[in-house]
Design a binder for this molecule. Structure first.
Ligand code: HEC
Length: 112
């Protein structure tokens, strides 16, 4: 019985510690600025995303405002970039960029 309790505690510990990655993500906060696709986001996307999400990419083409809009409107941009922070694949974005994208989202992803 004692062993069973030990085993259960160990498994619970493993389960909770494996969730740690998500809970330690930065929570993006909009600082009140009003970024637009044309002035802020396009250059961010071309530097951070187009190497994998360029024209015709099977991972998702994000090479223009219209193409990217498919992912901002179906919620996948928010999920991958702001919530799970699983994109870009190379690792977490700087907090300033996450905050800029958060503002862009809160303002309804404006083009200009
Ligand atoms: C090194 C390559 C690489 C980079 C850089 C990259 N992605 Fe991705 N991305 C992928 C791949 C591969 C997939 C599809 C497989 C997957 O879901 O993991 C994907 C999937 C996605 C999806 C989900 C698409 C769908 O239809 O489900 C979104 C949204 C996304 N990426 C956004 C971004 C954004 C925004 C950036 C830049 C901040 C970015 N990615 C940078 C490789 C990359």
């Amino acid at each position: 019985m004692k062993n069973l309790i030990l085993l259960l505690s160990a498994s619970l510990f493993l389960i909770f510690s494996s969730c740690k990655k998500n809970s330690s993500n930065v929570v993006p906060v909009c600082d009140g600025s009003t970024p637009t696709y044309d002035t802020n986001v396009e250059i961010f996307i071309s530097g951070r995303c187009l190497s994998c999400h360029g024209t015709g990419s099977s991972n998702g083409d994000m090479s223009s405002y219209a193409k990217l809009s498919a992912y901002t409107s179906n919620g996948k941009f928010e999920k991958e970039v702001l919530t799970n922070q699983s994109m870009p694949t190379s690792g977490p974005l700087p907090e300033s960029e996450l905050n800029m994208l958060k503002c862009w989202m809160e303002n309804g992803f404006p083009e200009n």
